[in-house]
Design a protein around this ligand. Structure first.
Ligand code: NAD
Ligand code: UDP
Length: 315
């Protein structure tokens, strides 16, 4: 296949580029580098099966030649990124998804949307299964991201229903690993960066809010399986090991041997921060035979090693 990955220079997108290349496909990564970096794909320079196109996919996408699959991953994804770029986030979810769908339709390509557990907002149902419609505040600070993704999902289903397009929607739960930006503000780079520098970890609020953290390799496997499946309805991909942020901080300190402890800081917590989040992953288990393979401690060890290199290279 020749596969187009929007957001291909980002954290997840760059790992997808690696996976599709190693599966003997050709890859075109399109990215405007708003939150990503060419460092994530610099190891692919010179690979004749890989092309990078610098482009904002909220504008019309012109791409000559055959394309067999479009994976639309372009979007700011970290809360501080989408608060910094609220209009760009809404545009890439709306116009970017429209352009990526239009291209896929013109090329008769399969289409996969990177959606998010944020479509469930601050959920009132726990765990969240795909038929839960969510609890999103459209005018809250996170609304720009949540509503962009909800609109994107609606658009994908409209193209499927009206044009008979072969589409997929993956609802991604918290994913971490090498190539996250150290300063992207998400809890994993924040905590790991602080731990490597020997600083106390900043837990927002009382740390009772929960998340489920999956390692990047597990997500990539789920995305590949979903693309290969014939399943059009949304599918959650995420681990079901739920941890409070306070316990997560303790795990990071233990794995990194950081003696500096924890500080509680409510100042940086963003309004609407979901109190709980955990996927009902039975659809991914049953349909895709997908189960996460990487334990939190192992994934963190690999992520800490990556961030150590990044910090050593810049100091
Ligand atoms: P990221 O910021 O590392 O990657 C996003 C990439 O998209 C960046 O390289 C950025 O420059 C690019 N981009 C943004 N707007 C663009 C535009 N208009 N045109 C072209 N490129 C553009 O974030 P990530 O964590 O890799 O997230 C990738 C995708 O996965 C996003 O769609 C995000 O919503 C989704 N997702 C991620 C997570 C997670 O835990 N990491 C969870 C749920 C959903
Ligand atoms: N968080 C924290 N300290 C930090 C960064 C984040 O306690 O330094 C908390 C944040 O309030 C949220 C959770 O960690 O409850 C996950 O935040 P993240 O930004 O990684 O992603 P989210 O799941 O909220 O989209």
């Amino acid at each position: 296949m020749r596969v187009l990955i929007t957001g291909g220079a980002g954290f997840i997108g760059s790992h997808l580029c690696d996976r599709f290349l190693s599966d003997s496909h050709r890859v075109v990564a399109v990215d405007n580098l708003i939150t990503g970096t060419q460092d994530n794909i610099s190891h692919l320079a010179g690979n004749r099966h890989f092309e990078f196109v610098y482009h904002d996919v909220s504008n019309f996408i012109h791409l000559p030649g055959q394309i067999d699959a479009v994976l639309h991953f372009a979007s700011p994804a970290s809360p501080i990124d989408y608060l910094k770029y609220p209009i760009q986030t809404l545009k890439v979810g709306a116009l970017g998804t429209h352009n990526a769908l239009g291209l896929a339709r013109a090329k008769r390509a399969r289409f996969l949307l990177a959606s998010t557990s944020e479509v469930y907002g601050d959920p009132k149902v726990h765990p969240q299964s795909e038929d839960y419609a969510g609890n999103v505040d459209p005018v809250g600070p996170r609304g720009v991201y949540d509503e962009a993704k909800r609109y994107a999902e609606a658009l994908v289903m409209a193209y499927h229903r009206q044009h008979g397009m072969d589409t997929r929607i993956v609802r991604i739960f918290n994913t971490y690993g090498p190539r996250m930006r150290l300063d992207d503000g998400r809890v994993v780079p924040n905590f790991v960066g602080q731990a490597i520098r020997g600083e106390a970890l900043t837990v927002y609020g009382d740390g009772s809010q929960t998340r489920c953290f999956q390692f990047i390799d597990d997500l990539v496997e789920g995305v590949v399986r979903l693309l290969d499946s014939g399943f059009v309805e949304p599918v959650n991909i995420g681990t079901t090991r739920e941890v409070s942020i306070l316990d997560f901080a303790k795990v990071v300190n233990r794995v990194s041997a950081n003696p500096a402890g924890i500080v509680f800081d409510d100042g940086l917590r963003i309004d609407g921060d979901p109190q709980t989040r955990k996927p009902d992953a039975s659809r991914a288990h049953d349909l895709l035979d997908w189960r996460p393979q990487v334990a939190l401690e192992d994934g963190l060890t690999r992520t800490i090693a990556y961030f150590r290199q990044v910090i050593n290279a810049t100091t």
